[in-house]
Design a protein around this ligand. Sequence first.
Ligand SMILES: [Zn+2]
Length: 109
Amino acid sequence: MRDVIENHYEEARQRALSLLEDTRETAEGCWVTNTAAPRKVTFRGHQLPAYRFVHCVLERHIVGRDWVVRHRCHNRLCMRPEHLILGTQADNKRDDWEYWAGGVDHRFL
Ligand SMILES: [Zn+2]
């Protein structure tokens, strides 16, 4: 995927921007799609979650599968670049645990 994005960077960037145009802003400031699950994108034969694609392309953090793109806002539908941060699988689990221990998960309200 790294080579694909690097070799077609401008096309990837345009795709990422058009994905972001297709979102709406929530009261919390998240940019979400009207889909039940995180939207997927297919770019030159590779399918991946759209938020991961947006982050990788716009931040130019093009990373392997052992890295995850995390949501600072805990809204998996969100694609707002400022809400996305790169981490490891372990970080992601720790985030979830802290969140479940201390926060309200709006998905279950
Ligand atoms: Zn968000």
